[in-house]
Ligand binder design. Sequence first.
Ligand code: MF3
Ligand code: CO
Ligand code: CO
Length: 284
Amino acid sequence: MAKHRLRYVPKGVPTEFDLRVMELERKGAHVPTRELIKTPEQIEGIRRAGVVNTGVLDTVEQEIHAGMSTLEIDKICREYCADHGATPACLGYGGFPMSVCTSINEVVCHGIPKSKDILREGDIINVDFTTILDGYYADASRMFIIGETTPAKERLVRVTKECLEIGLKAARPWCDVNDIGRAIEPYAHEHGYGVVRDLTGHGVGCQFHEDPEVCHFAQRRRGMILVPGMVFTIEPMINMGTWKVFIDADDPFGWEVITGDLKPSAQWEHTFVMTEDGPEVLTH
Ligand code: MF3
Ligand code: CO
Ligand code: CO
């Protein structure tokens, strides 16, 4: 007999919920595996990791200022995390050398904290931190404006936050994950911005990066169904100019992503759990 090729395999006698997923799969929808649907206990664990992660970013928010180095931001994050019995997911991940990503101006994401990178008045910086607590992951990032910046950079930061909120509104239970990018992209384009395509949001919770990929641009093809119980990020990277990005040749670690035209980029990120009523943010 042929091995069955269905992704969704219920555990024991199928529940109403299982039957709904199985029916969608039978009709050709791309459904998650059962492992991607978190148990209430797992969701509680991710929620607790989210509380620590929010504490990390709140502490950065209180302490960030012109004249400090991004290495000092790394220290703040590392210490807060350790004081709360948690560990930074970034440290050692794929060879990433630090505990947090600090991405200034034209750095799109994965900026590496350094003693020589001193924050200056007018800089915009994304601080992206992921906490592991009791084996559960929560991932979020915020933008900070150092002192006063130009109206153009201020607008980029605000509109990017709105892109996250728009993506969040588009994420409905049982919808197509690609509906998120279909909502975000036109809004970013209205402002003349580029939407990064090479990096995406992702499932999260039991590992750092799980399925599905969450595109912030408009995919034509259908993606995975967002079934209640799934935990994932939305984290649009929005560029003032071109959507194209590349790895900074000067980064010996090969991590830092910069814009193709060296114009500024912004990003905001939250971790959510999808519920029957819509997404619930676990990182604020
Ligand atoms: N936190 C990033 C994300 O949102 C991933 C950083 S990976 C690292 O998915 F290795 F650069 F830390
Ligand atoms: Co993420
Ligand atoms: Co992140």
